[in-house]
Design a protein around this ligand. Structure first.
Ligand SMILES: Nc1nc2c(ncn2[C@@H]2O[C@H](COP(=O)(O)OP(=O)(O)OP(=O)(O)O)[C@@H](O)[C@H]2O)c(=O)[nH]1
Length: 425
């Protein structure tokens, strides 16, 4: 757990020290080992009472006994709140409240003790490579094993196909790599380096059209960004990081704490707001999220904020009633601003592997997802799933995350990702 920070490319593909035989299931994605949450140094995500990356299942329902939180676990919603409940005055966190709010460190459950982190010696590409090293090790050692044994024949191609599919690359990109080798090289000696180069090229070609920076259009006044995803995918953390970046770019940002079903999530966003020096609109725990979103847009118009980032409660894609509620948030936003949300970001946790495909299908259908953010590419052997997602959905990939720190979220660069995915580390 006490992994040292390395460069971004380096973290993206994980370290050889990891056990490459992981293939975490969705449940394992909540395993603290899959997404470490050590004591958070300056610049890391506030994590109020989450105890790290874990499924907000029964344990969490006990921890946060608020009714709302349980709705997103095993219970059916009792009622849908109105759009703008007059009893629920939205409020912005005041400096006094912020002072009263316990520091994240104070609320966080005891975390594994980690030594002081050494200063980072590598940039984002190095961290990406390290983060993805579990995926890249699986791929590159697999390719080397196959292509040091024999000439290129159908059996070899079949082995390669199995390897790429088991690394979650998806059928399209896998067929492209195998097809190219079949057409151009059957019967010849082919080195593992050549195969890795072809693989990198196919990955980059697949994903390059999806590189698209998230652009705020101030003329939308405000530009509304809705952030959706399953429990624990990294929505709140991503919003906090985006708020800091946007503020630094000169935007006037308003955060809306629409995860009204988990008290700690509201506080978590308030801490991010304080850190980024941007206001956060909150309502009491359990309040109607659609009403909060509506009021956030009104407030942004009144106060002149040019971008509103709306957090939402995590919901499993197979819980239809919860997905319907997300649809309601979108409908309510449109009542006030028919073109909004201008961006609907689906935050996907890389460690869930193939489950990300069904998440993307469900959220796209219900919430009209316009772009992706993939978090937790650090320390998973399932980073290849981004290639499959890109190939299948052709949605812009705005950002990727390789850690909890603010610098660990970066605009997506297909070439960089492809190099990290096929790097020998
Ligand atoms: N290792 C790692 N952890 C991350 C990354 N992004 C977010 N996390 C961690 O994942 C955990 C969950 O993040 P949150 O932002 O609270 O997730 P959420 O989607 O808002 O969760 P819910 O409120 O339950 O829906 C936190 O401990 C984050 O610090 C990442 O790129 N890498």
């Amino acid at each position: 757990m006490a992994e040292k920070k390395k460069g971004f490319m380096s973290r993206l593909f994980g370290g050889k020290s990891h056990d490459p035989v992981d293939e975490p299931t969705y449940d394992k994605a909540r395993d603290p080992d899959a997404s470490p949450n050590p004591a958070i140094p300056e610049g890391k995500a506030p994590d109020l009472g989450r105890g790290g990356d874990r499924e907000r299942a029964a344990a969490n329902a006990e921890e946060d006994s608020e009714a709302g939180d349980a709705r997103f676990l095993n219970q059916v919603p009792e009622e849908e709140g109105g759009v703008a409940d007059e009893d629920e005055e939205p409020r912005q966190t005041t400096p006094a409240e912020e002072k009263r709010a316990p520091a994240p460190e104070a609320e966080r459950p005891p975390a594994p003790q980690t030594p002081e982190e050494p200063p980072r010696k590598r940039g984002f590409f190095g961290r990406l490579t390290e983060g993805l090293s579990r995926t890249s090790t699986k791929l590159t050692t697999g390719v080397t094993d196959i292509f040091t044994k024999k000439k290129l024949d159908e059996d070899t191609l079949e082995e390669l196909e199995d390897l790429l599919l088991s690394a979650d690359l998806g059928t399209g990109p896998t067929e492209e790599v195998v097809g190219r080798l079949r057409r151009e090289r059957v019967g010849q000696d082919v080195t593992d380096e050549e195969v890795k180069a072809i693989l990198a090229e196919v990955v980059a070609d697949t994903l390059r059209p999806l590189e698209k920076p998230l652009a705020v259009n101030p003329s939308h006044a405000p530009h509304v960004i809705l952030v959706v995803g399953v429990n624990g995918a990294g929505k709140t953390t991503t919003i906090g990081k985006l708020a800091s970046k946007m503020k630094a770019e000169g935007h006037s940002v308003l955060l809306a704490a629409g995860d009204t079903f988990r008290a700690a999530a509201i506080e978590q966003l308030a801490v991010w707001g304080e850190r980024a020096n941007v206001p956060v609109l909150t309502k009491p725990n359990g309040a109607d999220a659609a009403g909060l979103a509506y009021e956030a847009i009104e407030k942004a118009r009144t106060e002149g904020h040019d971008v509103v980032l709306i957090d939402t409660a995590g919901r499993l894609q197979n819980r239809s009633e919860l997905m319907d509620e997300l649809g309601k948030i979108v409908r309510v936003i449109k009542k006030l601003a028919p073109e909004a949300p201008h961006d609907t970001l689906l935050v996907l946790d890389a460690t869930v592997g193939q489950n990300a495909i069904s998440q993307a299908s469900a959220f796209t259908e219900i919430a009209g997802v316009t772009g992706l953010v993939m978090t937790k590419l650090d320390g998973t052997a399932r980073g290849g799933i981004l290639v499959a997602l890109g190939d299948k959905f052709e949605l812009p990939i705005h950002y990727i995350g390789v850690g909890e720190g603010i610098d660990d979220l970066r605009p997506f660069d297909a070439g960089e990702f492809a190099r990290a995915l096929t790097a020998d580390v």
